[in-house]
Design a protein around this ligand. Structure first.
Ligand code: CA
Length: 227
C-alpha cells in the first residue's frame, strides 16, 4: 500500500513517514500542491493524506483536481473545523479529515479504517462488475455507468451504491449506513445519510421522486430493489 503525504512542513512529513513505514506502508511525499497533483496522477497511490495549507496550490484545489481523475481515498488535514462540511461535501469530496494538531496514532488508525473500507479483506474474490437494470458498477475502477454514461459519484456515494447493489433487498437503517460508510466514530448525524441518498438518487434514478433502485422502507431506512 502506497500513501502520498502532502504537507510543506518537512519535519511533520518526516514524522508521519516514519510512523507509516513502521506500519508497513510505503510513503511518498509532496511538499507543495503542484507536486501532489503530479504524483497522484503519475503514480499508483492507495491513499492521500492532504494538508489544507500548502504552497503554490492549496489543499482544496488539490483535492478537487485529483477528484477529477481519481477516486483514491483522501484524508484532509485541517486546522479549521468550520471547513469540514466543505471538505467532505460534494465540492471537494474528501473521505475523511483530521484536525491539527493531531496524534500520529490517530492518523494511522484513520488510514487503516479507510483502507479497510475501500479494500475489504478478500474473502474469496469480490464481484468486480455488478450489473442491475441499467446500472453497471465497476468495483476495480470505482466507476458507475448508466446507459453508456459514466456517472460522477463522490467516494461516499460510490460506497453506498456498492453496498446497496451487493445486498439487494436488504434493509439498512440510517444508523447502519452511517456506521458502514462513515465509520463508527463519525460525529455526524443520520441526516447526512439522507442527504447523500438524495444526491445519489438524483444521479442514478430516472425519476428521483419515485426511485426505482434505492427505495425507502418507511420508518426504517433504505434498501436496494430486489426484482
Ligand atoms: Ca502545511
Amino acid at each position: 500500500m502506497k500513501i502520498l503525504v502532502v504537507e510543506d512542513e518537512k519535519l511533520l512529513v518526516k514524522g508521519i513517514k516514519f510512523n507509516l513505514e513502521q506500519e508497513g506502508y510505503s510513503v511518498v511525499a509532496a511538499f507543495d500542491g503542484e507536486e501532489a497533483i503530479r504524483l497522484a496522477h503519475d503514480e499508483t497511490i492507495d491513499l492521500i493524506l492532504l494538508d489544507l495549507m500548502l504552497p503554490k496550490v492549496d489543499g482544496f484545489t488539490v483535492c478537487r483536481t485529483i477528484r477529477g481523475f481519481s477516486n483514491v481515498p483522501i484524508i484532509m488535514l485541517t486546522a479549521k473545523s468550520e471547513d469540514i462540511d466543505k471538505i467532505l461535501g460534494l465540492e471537494y469530496g474528501a473521505d475523511d479529515y483530521i484536525t491539527k494538531p493531531f496524534n500520529i496514532r490517530e492518523v494511522t488508525a484513520r488510514i487503516k479504517a479507510i483502507l479497510r473500507r475501500v479494500n475489504p479483506v478478500q474473502k474469496g474474490e469480490k464481484d468486480k462488475l455488478i450489473i442491475s437494470g441499467d446500472i453497471t458498477l465497476d468495483y476495480n475502477f470505482r466507476r458507475v455507468v448508466i446507459k453508456d454514461n459514466v456517472i460522477e459519484l463522490t467516494s461516499k456515494e460510490f460506497d453506498l451504491l456498492e453496498l446497496f447493489m451487493r445486498n439487494p433487498g436488504k434493509v439498512y437503517t440510517r444508523e447502519n449506513l452511517l456506521d458502514i460508510a462513515w465509520g463508527f466514530d463519525y460525529p455526524g448525524d443520520v441526516r447526512t445519510v439522507d442527504v447523500h441518498i438524495r444526491r445519489l438518487r438524483e444521479k442514478i434514478e430516472n425519476n428521483p421522486a419515485e426511485p426505482m433502485y434505492i427505495r425507502t422502507k418507511w420508518g426504517v431506512g433504505y434498501y436496494y430493489k430486489n426484482d
